[in-house]
Write a protein that binds this ligand. Structure first.
Ligand code: PNS
Length: 158
C-alpha cells in the first residue's frame, strides 16, 4: 500500500494544485493532502477554511483525504505512515527550493522520498499569490480556481 502526502499552504487551492492531486492520486493507493498550519505566515484563509475548501473540491476522489499539520513535514509523514511526499514543479525557479527541501527531508528521514510532478502546461504560470492579487483588484479568477474558492475569496474581499 503506497500512502503519499501532498503538502502545501493551499492559500487557496488552485486548478494547478488540483491537477497534481488528480494525477498523483491516480498512481497512489492513498493521498493525504496536508495543509500547513504555519504561525509565521499571515494567510488569507484560516487553516480550517483551507481544509474545508480542499475537502469540497476533492470529494470526487475516494482515495484522497485532507488534513492540517504543523511542525516538520517528515514528522507528519511518520505520524500518518506515508513514505512518499508529492510536490509539483512549475518552472526552473521552483527547482532550487524544492531540491533543497527534498534533500533535507531525505537526510532527516531516509525512509521518506519526494516525487515531483511537472505541472501541466496550462497551469504552469499559476500560483495562489497571483490568484489573490488578481481577486483583490476585482479581476476574473474563474480560470484559476474552482467555484467554491471564487465564492470564498469574494466573501473575503467584500
Ligand atoms: O505550498 P508551499 O507553501 O510551497 O508549501 C511548503 C511546505 C508546506 C511544503 C513546506 O513549507 C513545509 O514542508 N513546511 C513544514 C516545515 C518543514 O518541514 N520544514 C522543513 C522543510 S526542509
Amino acid at each position: 500500500m503506497t500512502r503519499a502526502i501532498y503538502p502545501g499552504s493551499f492559500d487557496p487551492v488552485t486548478f494547478g494544485h488540483l491537477d497534481i492531486i488528480k494525477r498523483s492520486a491516480s498512481i497512489m493507493d492513498e493521498l493525504i493532502v496536508g495543509v500547513l498550519n504555519n504561525s509565521k505566515k499571515q494567510p488569507l484563509f484560516s487553516v480550517d477554511e483551507r481544509v474545508r475548501m480542499l475537502c469540497e473540491v476533492t470529494k470526487a476522489y475516494a482515495n484522497v483525504k485532507v488534513t492540517s499539520f504543523s511542525g516538520l513535514l517528515i514528522d507528519f509523514a511518520d505520524e500518518v505512515g506515508a513514505g512518499v511526499i508529492v510536490r509539483g514543479l512549475r518552472a526552473i525557479t521552483d527547482f532550487e527550493y524544492e531540491l533543497q527541501m527534498s534533500q533535507t527531508n531525505h537526510i532527516m528521514n531516509p525512509g521518506i522520498d519526494t516525487i515531483f510532478f511537472t505541472t501541466s502546461l496550462e497551469y504552469a504560470y499559476l500560483s495562489s499569490s497571483t490568484v489573490k492579487e488578481v481577486a483583490m483588484y476585482g479581476g476574473d479568477i474563474s480560470r484559476f480556481v474552482p467555484e467554491t474558492v471564487i465564492k470564498a475569496i469574494r466573501e473575503k474581499f467584500n
